[in-house]
Design a protein. Structure first.
Lengths: 438, 458
């Protein structure tokens, strides 16, 4: 059972906006998302952190809904809302009782049409974002490890390699003019997709979308971004100081295959064989059996994304925290042994088939939720959006499982042999500033 | 498909809300087996999976006086072996069933949470039954988990949020079990396997348990499966956790936890409040939502959207089984600690002295009502709501009537709750960060005590 039958209808308006409706009337709630095909990977040079800062500005006011009106109208309709910036997309989403659907569409359309923000809004959100960076990164044990640590080591193209959360100097340099220019360049309807999920009929969804979005003027499509990486020929390494935590950390990233290829499907199964929780080979060997590490996790596009939500170079990442009595070299040697075994002996069907069952099961859960209990179908929305913006085919949600289920043990082994090489990887070590434990 | 020619005008007025569709409550089965196990089963066909939680109404509080954190360690080691399966077999069997399983304990409960594909529901129930009745507590697995726990404790002692919560709970609850949220390293080192086994024998009993399951099944058919798996579990009754006296709290006091090198200040202000069973609970919930419990709340508007002091301001009412408490928190830049506390208290005092306007009241009622509906739309959300209301032994129709009871609350209710449960005069203040940058600001708000990250007074 790998072909799903989730109802998915899509269309495009003359201004280029694509609309996807996926009805389900089980509960009287609706989830709405607007995704723009712009993420922190392709923000302007010298403006690190700008795509995310800009996301904050989208809550600061549009022509008919001033500062805080978006938040007030959604909350007071019984709904919740947020936005988030990813590598290649930025999203804005709301979950509401379905009687507030039109109101939410009106709000999203208003801010797709025009932002109405001033210098005071920008100063305010710059301060807020700095505290966000402090609370999530600079003032936390292992903050940013490894999602901010690995890219500068692994990549050579600034777009892939820079500080996505933003250097404070760059945040300070951002101007209102930058904000309006960014909006004009990347927030045109043709660079976006609108998603309406839940308690809505298809016709009604399209009709409401047309009423509020079809009249938004079209804009030029942004030039395609240059995110190409030169081929990697040597292992790359770096060290970052860990200011608060007591354990050394190691993250290892391998350049992953291109999306939607058979190699990508095989790499995904390889990844689950290595990182699939406590039954995965890395956790079992390093944490449970050899007890060198106390934690081991990983994944493709881990930890700030998943297998589906990127559209360019990415890594299969392993993140380890290990005991201080083992050196980094000893830990990496033990890890290499796990990988070498996969390359030399491969994987049996007895191991691979359960991995597929678990993959399918996780996929269902991701579609239903994926973002806490109060944003129903966040995961489905996220996949529909990425498959529309990257592949122009939201129905991939229903068919994508097939490719993973067909992966053979031989394909997993060749994926390991091809991908898991020294010259294809980057390693970052988080070195505690404080020696050992108290 | 292409749309017809678009309309060109822009709509400038906010669209009105259409009539609300009622929440349709899914069929549920509720029963108690003769051995005392309570069962709640609800169908939800969103995905071909199910989710379940098997609770025991005993958590870390029951042994807090002698062995803090024992319930949590017991739950952790429990999943590493049974008389029939090794740790590795358990993990591989879970994967074969497409299942997830986790186990742990809070102050009041121990819980095994599980979920997977419905095709394997019987196998997964058998594994859960085996873990909760025939765990073998292997010595080597215990030693491994013990070391991982110690390393985890060391990292927590460098985490501002943990340090702030730990200090606040100590201040509000003192020697009561709720005053300790974590064991010390020395305590963890001293625990012997027999202690875990004793806890397991005493508290993992059907008369102390609640099983909640939500998913793509028929409740009647699932009930037959559940009875088949759990009916033979030998009965067992369990006593209540101790409830010693609480410390007296008079006047505002300030507690600074010194975290050298911190580049931000984690503030938490708190006072004791009420449990979910208290008749004022919904009033407090609504008052909290207006104060700092929602994005569109006064605290967030003030210290985030107007002043830019913080990314993460919020307030919350926290119900434990015997007592509850209320907190206000924000991580702020170092130079605005005093300014932030001033605004927190300004907004508290405003809630206590001035009735909320009708528009703001209606907005907040709608918010809580809608949030409740959203929480029922996924299997996990529904399971969470059912677990809370059943564990706390709330009235049978608690969930069904929740929205109408929220929508009936008045401005007077909010004022009353704020006056009773936002205890401005006796609020306790915790600030975690670099002492040199914060102490003078914090000391403006009351007598100050300074602690290190290990919990020692300095």
């Amino acid at each position: 059972m790998t072909q799903l039958n989730i109802p998915i209808e899509s269309m495009a308006f003359p201004n280029g906006l694509r609309v996807v409706v996926s009805p389900d009337h089980a509960a009287p709630v609706a989830t709405v998302g607007v995704y723009y095909n712009i993420g922190f990977r392709i923000e302007p040079r010298g403006r690190s952190g700008f795509a995310h800062l800009f996301e904050h500005m989208m809550f600061q006011g549009s022509t008919n809904a001033g500062k805080m009106v978006h938040i007030k109208l959604v909350n007071s309709s019984g709904g919740v809302l947020n936005g988030s910036t990813h590598y290649d997309v930025t999203n804005y989403y709301e979950s509401v009782p379905s009687n507030a659907l039109e109101r939410v569409l009106w709000l999203e359309a208003d801010r797709m049409r025009a932002l109405k923000v001033d210098d005071e809004n920008l100063r305010n959100q710059r301060d807020v974002v700095k505290e966000e960076v402090r609370v999530n990164v600079l003032n936390q044990p292992y903050g940013g490890f490894p999602w901010l640590d690995l890219p500068p080591i692994a990549y050579r193209n600034w777009s892939n390699a820079h500080n996505f959360y933003g250097d404070f100097d760059d945040l300070d340099a951002a101007t209102l003019d930058d904000v309006q220019k960014f909006f004009k360049t990347y927030y045109a309807p043709s660079n976006a997709v609108l998603l309406i999920l839940g308690d809505v009929d298809v016709d009604q969804g399209f009709k409401l979308a047309e009423r509020h979005f079809a009249g938004i003027p079209s804009g030029p499509q942004p030039d395609p971004a240059d995110i190409d990486e030169p081929p990697q020929i040597d292992e790359r390494r770096g060290i970052v100081e860990e200011k608060f935590g007591t354990l050394p950390g190691i993250a290892i990233g391998y350049q992953a295959p291109r999306r939607l290829t058979p190699e990508w499907c095989a790499a995904a199964m390889l990844d689950r064989a290595l990182h699939g929780g406590r039954a995965g080979r890395v956790y079992r060997r390093l944490v449970l059996e050899q007890q060198i590490a106390v934690d081991a996790e990983g994944g493709i596009h881990y930890p700030v994304g998943d297998l589906f939500d990127y559209n360019g170079p990415t890594l299969m990442v392993t993140r380890l925290l290990h005991k201080p009595e083992y050196s980094a070299d000893q830990t990496i040697a033990a890890y290499d042994q796990v990988l070498d075994e996969m390359k030399e002996k491969g994987i049996t069907s007895e191991e691979l088939e359960p991995i597929k069952v678990k993959f399918r099961s996780n996929y269902f859960s991701m579609l239903e939720g994926g973002h806490g209990a109060s944003i129903p179908r966040y995961g489905l929305m996220h996949l529909l959006a990425c498959f529309t913006l990257f592949d122009n085919d939201p129905r991939l949600v229903n068919s994508i499982l097939g490719g993973f289920m067909e992966v053979t043990p031989a394909a997993v082994q060749s994926s390991a042999i091809k991908m898991l090489t020294r010259s294809n990887r980057s390693i970052v070590i988080r070195q505690p500033a404080k020696k050992g434990a108290a | 498909m292409m749309a017809s020619a678009p309309r060109s005008e822009t709509q400038t007025a906010v669209p009105a809300l259409s009539p609300e569709r009622p929440v349709i409550w899914p069929p549920r089965a509720r029963t108690t087996l003769s051995n005392g196990l309570e069962i709640v089963l609800v169908e939800s066909h969103t995905i071909p999976k199910f989710t379940g939680q098997l609770f025991f109404r005993s958590g870390n509080a029951v042994t807090a006086a002698t062995a803090p954190g024992l319930a949590d360690i017991t739950a952790t080691v429990m999943r590493t072996g049974t008389t029939a399966r090794t740790s590795r077999q358990i993990e591989e069997d879970l994967r074969r069933m497409g299942a997830d399983l986790s186990s742990g304990a809070g102050a009041d409960t121990s819980v095994v949470s599980f979920g997977g594909l419905v095709d394997f529901s019987n196998d997964l129930l058998l594994l859960v039954a085996e873990l909760t009745q025939q765990a073998s507590f292997p010595a080597d697995e215990f030693e491994r988990e013990r070391r991982q726990l110690v390393e985890g404790l060391r990292i927590e002692r460098a985490t501002p949020g943990f340090l702030a919560s730990e200090r606040m709970r100590k201040i509000l609850f003192g020697a009561h079990p709720y005053g300790t949220i974590s064991p010390t390293e020395a305590q963890v080192e001293s625990y012997r396997l027999e202690l875990l086994k004793d806890f397991y024998k005493q508290y993992y009993r059907p008369g102390n348990a609640l099983l909640v399951m939500v998913g793509d099944f028929s409740p009647q058919a699932m009930l037959a499966q559940v009875e088949n798996v759990f009916a033979s579990w030998a009965e067992g009754k369990v006593g209540e956790a101790p409830n010693p006296a609480l410390p007296e709290l008079h006047g505002r006091r300030v507690y600074l936890v010194h975290l050298p090198g911190a580049v931000q200040a984690q503030i938490v202000v708190g006072n004791r409040a009420i449990t979910r069973k208290h008749p004022d609970w919904l009033r407090l919930t609504l008052a909290n939502s207006i104060y700092g419990g929602a994005f569109n709340s006064r605290l967030v508007m003030n210290i985030r959207e107007q002043k830019g002091y913080t990314y993460s301001p919020r307030s919350g009412a926290h119900p434990l089984r015997q007592h509850g408490y209320f907190t206000i928190s924000a991580a702020v830049r170092n130079d605005v600690v005093a300014a932030t506390l001033t605004e927190m208290f300004y907004e508290i005092d405003r809630m206590r002295s001035t009735a909320v306007g009708e528009d703001e009241l209606a907005d907040a009622r709608n918010y809580l009502s809608g949030l409740f509906s959203l929480g029922l739309a996924t299997q996990d959300g529904l399971a969470g709501q059912l677990a809370t209301s059943t564990l706390e032994r709330l009235p049978e129709d608690y969930l069904e009537t929740y929205r109408e009871r929220i929508l009936a609350l008045t401005a007077a209710d909010v004022l009353d709750a704020a006056q009773k449960y936002f205890d401005s005069a006796n609020a306790q203040i915790v600030v975690v960060g670099d002492r040199a940058q914060l102490e003078a600001q914090a000391a403006l708000f009351g007598p100050i005590e300074v602690y290190d990250a290990q919990g020692n007074r300095i």
